[in-house]
Design a binder for this molecule. Structure first.
Ligand SMILES: [Ca+2]
Length: 132
């Protein structure tokens, strides 16, 4: 049912960054955040991976648990960690449908389902752990 709170395990295994954002033009320090999406905007942060240093093929092998409402829009977004201001890489906007699901997300500037320009990909698995 829409709005029902579900406990969810989220595994963020790895990904690819297509455009290096570090000053040397060769690498990035990527990490991924997942948050609630309210009216197309970033809302409450739910999870965040550690940073993978100096790589365009990050392997986070991260597992976290959170609570997401059914049909709640969520944003999966990637940043490159920098000393002062982290660079935004891209995002994907979807919603939680209550099923166990592995997918490769294509992250873009605006997070649309079929982006014209893909900035990065992220492999992610949602496992539904029941009502919360
Ligand atoms: Ca960096």
């Amino acid at each position: 049912m829409t709005g029902e709170k579900r406990r969810v395990r989220i595994e963020i295994t790895d990904g690819v960054v297509y455009k290096a954002t570090d000053d040397d033009g060769k690498s990035s320090d990527p990490y991924v955040q997942i948050g609630e999406c309210d009216d197309g905007k970033w809302g409450k942060k739910l999870l965040e991976t550690p940073v993978q240093k100096k790589t365009l093929q990050p392997k986070w092998n991260y597992t976290g648990e959170t609570i997401i409402k059914m049909k709640q829009d969520i944003i999966i977004r990637m940043y490159d960690q920098d000393t002062f201001f982290d660079d935004y890489v891209g995002q994907y906007i979807t919603y939680y449908n209550g099923t166990t699901n592995s997918m490769e997300l294509k992250l873009s500037q605006n997070g649309e389902a079929i982006p014209k320009m893909v900035n990065a990909t992220v492999n992610i698995k949602f496992t539904d752990l029941g009502s919360a």
